[in-house]
Design a protein around this ligand. Structure first.
Ligand SMILES: NC(=O)c1ccc[n+]([C@@H]2O[C@H](COP(=O)([O-])OP(=O)(O)OC[C@H]3O[C@@H](n4cnc5c(N)ncnc54)[C@H](O)[C@@H]3O)[C@@H](O)[C@H]2O)c1
Ligand SMILES: *[C@@H]1O[C@H](CO)[C@@H](O)[C@H](O)[C@H]1NC(C)=O
Length: 312
């Protein structure tokens, strides 16, 4: 039985059924965000085990969602294709070598799915997310507004949560974005932060929270989680499910998403309006001059990485 809220044939594919792919699937099933979920992985045993485990979740919710194994080609024919394929550090591998391996992984994954259904939406989650989104976009053969990455959405959610704890205000009453290229260069857009539309510094005195400490804690969290449990699945899982809901239910929510920036010819995060066709519009966010400069620096770093991986 199709769910009431999605059209009868809605299908989402997850390519890379590891820790993150599994958590994305779990969140999608609990939210009944599609009718059918297709899992793809080169590790066939792992893929099939995930299908069985997640089918139990679907049986338990009783919403009638189906989970099954699929090929890359079938994944490319879905409404949304989520790329969560990844590679672990090889023994003695340098970070440059690993970056090349990550770049060639996404090329193989995207090529194995082309030609995509013409209205498919491709959502890249694998890291380094902005680099891999930029590569996927070049190869997918789809309009640019249909290929994007989870970008700094998780970081934005996280910093709102951290600030909420300090300020004693609910996180969903805080508007604050982490933007730019995810990772070392990401930019917290403090200058445009508000609490229900009121500038942050009018509501909270900066002494009650430190900009720098919060930005640092936001960046460090992923590593802290990763070093203890070897993956960071749940946060990204729920963020990705929320992106899928924005798309399939045409919600027009404003989210920080990695997408094509014509000025820099690569993908990184700025707020967008998300709807059924993908990126409906970039929100031109007014930033302070130091924030704009930091955004440009982050974009140039990404461009250098792109040039490096182009040569291989
Ligand atoms: N964007 C974010 O905010 C964010 C957050 C957390 C994790 N991630 C990223 O998500 C990715 C997955 O992380 P994980 O912890 O699940 O790793 P994992 O190793 O548990 O899972 C990755 C899976 O991808 C599979 N895979 C490899 N090559 C494939 C191919 N060509 N086709 C299909 N599947 C393939 C592997 O077999 C493996 O099962 C990583 O790149 C990680 O860095 C991103
Ligand atoms: C390559 O991808 C893995 C996950 O798939 C990620 O943990 C790692 O940071 C990436 N390496 C580089 C150098 O970007």
């Amino acid at each position: 039985m199709p769910t009431e809220t999605t059209s009868p044939s809605t299908r989402i594919a997850i390519v890379g059924a590891g820790q993150v792919g599994g958590a994305v699937a779990y969140a999608l099933i609990l939210g009944s965000i599609a009718c059918e979920l297709l899992l793809v992985d080169v590790k066939v045993d792992l893929r099939d085990a995930q299908v069985r485990d997640l089918s139990d979740v679907a049986y338990a919710t009783g919403a009638g969602m189906r989970v099954r194994a699929a090929t890359h080609h079938e994944a490319g024919q879905c409404d949304i294709v989520i790329i969560t394929a990844g590679s672990r550090y090889g023994f003695g591998e340098t970070s440059i070598q690993h970056m090349h391996r990550n770049a060639s992984l996404i090329r193989n994954v995207v090529k194995a799915m082309t030609p995509f259904r013409s209205d498919a939406i491709v959502l890249v989650v694998s890291n380094p997310v902005d680099l891999l989104t930029s590569i996927a976009q070049e190869l997918a053969g789809l309009p640019k507004f249909q290929v994007f990455g989870s970008g700094t959405f998780l970081e934005s959610v996280r910093i709102r949560g951290l600030l909420a704890e300090k300020a004693g205000v609910a996180a969903n009453s805080i508007q604050l974005f982490v933007l730019g290229v995810q990772g070392d260069c990401q930019v917290v857009a403090w200058s445009s932060a508000t609490i229900n539309g009121i500038p942050l510094d009018k509501v909270l005195s900066p002494e009650t929270f430190g900009h720098q400490e919060l930005a640092k804690e936001c960046k460090a969290r992923a590593e802290t989680i990763f070093s203890a449990k070897g993956a960071t699945p749940f946060g990204i899982g729920s963020v990705v499910a929320s992106i899928c809901a924005s798309i399939l239910f045409d919600k027009r929510e404003v989210r920080p998403i990695s997408h094509y920036q014509p000025e820099f010819e690569c993908c990184f995060s700025l707020p967008v309006i998300l709807g059924r066709n993908g990126i409906m519009k970039t929100i031109d966010m007014p930033l302070a001059s130091d924030e704009n400069a930091a955004m440009a620096r982050s974009a140039h770093r990404l461009k250098s990485a792109m040039e490096l991986t182009d040569k291989k």
